[in-house]
Design a protein. Structure first.
Length: 165
């Protein structure tokens, strides 16, 4: 009977361990939500610097296109109109392979980002980056303090028979 009781206790204990959720999962979700919100605000149809200010810290920095930019410089980068291309009509980002590290007040996440940028009917650019973001916990949310984007690949597709790069 003693052995049977010990087996029951072990079974209950190990069953709870294998079925319990990781206590960091809700925080991981908040980190992913902050990143998804960031890219949602960057979308050409949604972009608004005031909304962006709500998502990032006051001392936000991004390293993108071999440039270190604060929020104002990043805004200029985002809103720059290329005279050699039609205006952006569609943007999309797909984040994958996230790896999150958390502590009490911050989070670090690395991920692959695949962005698609459509310029009118003449140009479609697909870029893949390996990115890393550092986020600060503010109340029950995270704000993005720093993003580093490293180019993996870039594909440019033009209409009218022009070649891809």
């Amino acid at each position: 009977m003693r052995v049977f009781g010990a087996l029951i206790v072990n079974l209950i204990f190990f069953t709870d361990i294998t079925h319990s959720k990781d206590p960091q999962e809700p925080l991981d979700d908040l980190v992913y939500d902050a990143l998804r919100n960031f890219y949602n605000v960057l979308d050409v149809k949604n972009y608004d610097i005031e909304k962006l200010k709500e998502i990032v810290t006051d001392d936000f920095l991004v390293f993108e296109a071999a440039e270190k930019m604060d929020l104002n410089a990043f805004h200029i980068f985002l809103t720059h109109k290329d005279p050699n291309a039609e205006p952006l009509t569609h943007t999309n980002w797909q984040l994958s392979e996230p790896r999150v590290s958390l502590d009490e007040g911050s989070a670090h996440v690395s991920y692959v980002n695949r962005g698609t940028f459509v310029h009118g009917t003449s140009l479609r650019v697909t870029i893949e980056w390996l990115e890393s973001a550092f986020l600060i916990r503010k109340d029950n949310n995270f704000k993005i303090k720093f993003i580093n984007a490293n180019l993996i690949s870039k594909d440019i597709q033009r209409t009218a028979g022009e070649e891809s790069n």
